[in-house]
Design a protein around this ligand. Sequence first.
Ligand SMILES: *[C@@H]1O[C@H](CO)[C@@H](O)[C@H](O)[C@H]1NC(C)=O
Ligand SMILES: *[C@@H]1O[C@H](CO)[C@@H](O)[C@H](O)[C@H]1NC(C)=O
Ligand SMILES: *[C@@H]1O[C@H](CO)[C@@H](O)[C@H](O)[C@H]1NC(C)=O
Length: 409
Amino acid sequence: MGDLKQLIAKPLKGPKTSHQSEYKDAAVSEGRAPAPMPFMMIRVLCLISLLVLGLLITTISQSFSDLTLFNSPPPQYLYWGSRIDCPGKHCDTCAGLGHQESSLRCALEEALFLRRTFVMPSQMCLNQIHNDKGILRGSNNSGDFEGWGVSSSAMDSLYDLALISKTVRVILDSSAEWREALAKARILNTAIDVQGISRSKLREESPYTEAMVINRTASPLAWFVECSDRKNHTNVLLPYSFLPKMASKPLKVAAEKVMKKLGDYDAIHVRRGDKIKLRKDRFGVKRTMFPHLDRDTRASAILKRVGNWIPEGRTLFIASNEREPGFFDPLGTRYKLAFISHFKDIVDPVVQNNYQLFIIERLILFGAKTYVKTFKEEPSDLSLTDDVKKKLRAWEIPVYTFDESPSPS
Ligand SMILES: *[C@@H]1O[C@H](CO)[C@@H](O)[C@H](O)[C@H]1NC(C)=O
Ligand SMILES: *[C@@H]1O[C@H](CO)[C@@H](O)[C@H](O)[C@H]1NC(C)=O
Ligand SMILES: *[C@@H]1O[C@H](CO)[C@@H](O)[C@H](O)[C@H]1NC(C)=O
């Protein structure tokens, strides 16, 4: 038994070791490939082949993406007209930035829903009431209205189209792409002019689904009327903050420079101007849209209300359309006040109109540690007034006192 074990064990062990040594010997005896050389060479070769492989992979993946681009269907377009809002006969006037943004957002939501490229007007109409230079000059404009002398603003000077396109692809109606696409679609009879057809039909039914161009005639009142059912949560919704965040690069850079100078700051947006205007009813009684707004946006009221949210000594950035000099001075007893007019050197070179200026101000407001809006828009918002921002034209008698019992007359 012992011998047998040895017999089996020996040959098993034996040849292995001898074999190994044989190899070693052979390599040495034949003198082939001295050891240090191949080591270096292998390393170099490895590096080169890695580089080549990397190059190869990028070219292949590039040609693949070219291929997929080639294979993906050409873009389909949605066109709503050459200007945002053209309310009926009053096409010579236009709304403020906020209204036009609501309208533009409405159109973008539809493009998103239809999975189409939105063809944006290349210009935004400027409302002259909202386009005086007073804000930047820090002067009232009651007698000396100084406008910017322009009636429209290039859309790409307001918004970063490449950034918007990350959510919904947009091009300008002045672009070569649009001119070519429209010409082609007209020739191929694949441009459809529609009016009063629902969004779901446009998305689901022939011939709209195949149409290269859908030319939609939006409401003659205002584009945003098309989104009056925003409460329907099955619809695609872009948040109100979408367009403000899409500000063009020069405006963003200017806002960032101002914010850097402000350092750690809080902000309030005080909307007065057109919002507090009065109108006499047929009995000669003065009425206003927001009965408490004038009262709530005066310096003394602001001081009382924001005191709970903004501690004394803070830097307070104020954005307002109020022109009366010294209107906000009482706030200076508690806060270090800052206005956009203090940053003319940063802002002047990049703004040609008031909409651009307000887009910068808005970014600064959003960047504040504590931001108090004029109206409450979201449940979590801090606001200067409790008046409701959105309501249908019920003009009310303004209230100027904090004691709301009717005054004897
Ligand atoms: C879009 O349709 C309207 C109304 O039918 C028409 O007046 C307009 O010329 C059309 N626009 C384009 C770009 O085809
Ligand atoms: C909500 O929108 C969807 C899709 O557009 C539509 O089918 C549905 O009827 C709408 N619901 C209401 C209550 O309007
Ligand atoms: C507006 O400014 C002018 C001079 O620039 C001044 O005379 C006038 O009193 C100011 N108006 C108001 C309401 O402060």
